[in-house]
Design a binder for this molecule. Structure first.
Ligand code: FMN
Length: 450
């Protein structure tokens, strides 16, 4: 019986994937500015057996729907949004096992800075950090970060290839393991002979010097990737140790998973070593009837404009320009291509009316409502049919969705041997099944190790 990995999927904002649900009396999303909110959530997840808290991020507002940001702003649809990385140290100090998957776009920040930030967090979390490598998708982000518009989709991945190369050099090869000697007698804290310049001069980046940080427990954080266009998948096949995908059905997700595992194998890596997570929103109660009643209550609070604002940002498609029963068509854009493909070419073309009923709760992934056994059955079906290793569980209300899942579904998954009893503290890489805290060959980053 294979293990099912569980991440809680959240964002440093009020409304993440379920637009309008901030109006639910139990929702605590508005406390995203309170560090205690994050610490309480981290403790809940840590104590109940979640593997990681996975935090999404965007660097712009969603302003495609109706050509305006008003719907997103009014509905708190991923705006206001704070920096996701800053509460992590506080959460790490209050937990021992929980990993932290941090989405940071590489499109608008120099690798030298990001490598330092992630090394710092790897130190402060005792090796429990993952970097979700994304290249962004919002025009509004590009414009506010000094560009006229987005860098073309595939070129962003070309930049990404060089970007991670710089990071590997900084993380893996700049400081030798025994560089820090702390020899008080000789007056040497770090042996200068064991700190090396990386001497990187490439097409996009120049970094002559050494990394600013001494080696952290994992050196390179666990590398997640999210982006499943053909170019995105090529990138993932080389670099990702874990991949985050999404889709409305196991059939749609399975297509991406098969392509991805085949591409990983082509690069000489074990396709099963790459852990694949898909997005899913659980609505669970003691009985199936209670769960269905809860679902109906949630559905009444969905904001369709808020949901369409999110969809517009993800895909670049303004649903206001379509008739309500007009099927969507696929066209390449500089937004998130796999998001649009999953509602057009991957299976069938959805209409705005259908999307309104689907993405309002749980965004681009499915909502599974039921009793603990029904939800566990569905998770097992997804694992089987989509061939995924785990889930990024999105919330309808926070922390309510996570607390219900922890109380009702985790014990059921444990009974089925899908989730282990509380494990010993370890690095996140080891928790995800790798034998060492460090990147393992044949990962390209491991080649830089001295
Ligand atoms: C499931 C999933 C989640 C994603 N989450 C984020 C995110 O939180 N922030 C972000 O900037 N991009 C995110 N992305 C998109 C990536 O930025 C990606 O590099 C870019 O949109 C191109 O995606 P594509 O290769 O699927 O076209 C996500 C993509 C997927 C498939």
């Amino acid at each position: 019986m294979s293990r099912i990995y569980l991440n809680a999927f959240d964002m440093a904002c009020v409304g993440h994937q379920s637009a309008g649900l901030w109006r639910h009396p139990e929702d605590q999303g508005h406390r995203y500015t309170d560090v205690k909110h994050w610490v309480e959530l981290a403790k809940l997840l840590d104590e109940s057996g979640f593997d990681a808290l996975f935090l999404a991020d965007v660097l712009g507002v969603y302003d495609v729907y109706n050509g305006s940001r008003d719907a997103a702003v009014a509905d708190a649809a991923q705006v206001p949004v704070n920096d996701p990385t800053l509460a992590v140290s506080a959460m790490a100090a209050a937990t021992e096992r929980l990993g932290f998957g941090l989405t940071v776009s590489l499109t608008y920040e120099q690798p030298y800075l990001l490598a330092r930030r992630l090394s710092t967090l790897d130190h402060l979390t005792d090796g429990r950090v993952a970097w979700n490598i994304v290249t962004s998708y919002l025009e509004s982000a590009a414009r506010n970060l000094g560009l006229d518009g987005q860098i073309p989709h595939d070129e962003r991945y070309e930049i990404a290839e060089e970007y991670v190369d710089v990071c590997y050099k900084l993380w893996e090869s700049s400081w030798e393991d025994d560089a820090v000697v702390r020899d008080a007698e000789r007056g040497v804290f770090t042996d200068p002979a064991k700190v090396h310049d990386i001497g990187h001069k490439g097409r996009y980046f120049t970094v002559p010097g050494p990394h600013l940080c001494e080696p952290s427990p994992q050196r390179t954080p666990v590398l997640f990737q999210a982006g499943a266009s053909p170019r995105g998948m090529k990138f993932a096949a080389s670099h990702a140790e874990a991949v985050f995908v999404s889709g409305p059905s196991p059939k749609v997700v399975r297509k991406s998973v098969d392509r991805l595992r085949a591409a990983v194998a082509e690069r000489g890596r074990d396709p099963r070593s790459v852990k694949i997570f898909t997005m899913l929103t659980p609505v669970v109660a003691e009985t199936g009837e209670l769960a269905q009643a809860k679902l109906r209550e949630y559905q009444e609070l969905v904001s369709v404009p808020g949901a369409f604002a999110l969809f517009g940002g993800w895909t670049g498609v303004d649903l206001a320009e379509l008739e309500v029963d007009e099927p969507l068509t696929y066209a390449d854009s500089d937004a998130n291509r796999s998001a649009l493909a999953s509602f057009t070419t991957a299976d069938r073309a959805w209409t705005p009316r259908e999307l309104a009923g689907f993405i309002g709760l749980g965004g681009r992934g499915p909502v599974i409502a039921g009793s603990p056994t029904e939800v566990a059955d569905e998770l097992e079906r997804w694992v089987e049919e989509a061939d995924v290793d785990g889930f990024n569980l999105a919330y309808v209300t926070t922390p309510g969705t996570f607390a219900d899942f922890a109380r009702l579904v985790v014990p059921e998954l444990r009974r089925r041997g899908r989730v282990p009893e509380q494990t010993e503290p370890s690095t996140l890489r080891e928790r995800l099944g790798f034998s060492s805290p460090r990147l393992a060959a044949p990962h390209p980053g491991a080649a830089y190790r001295r």
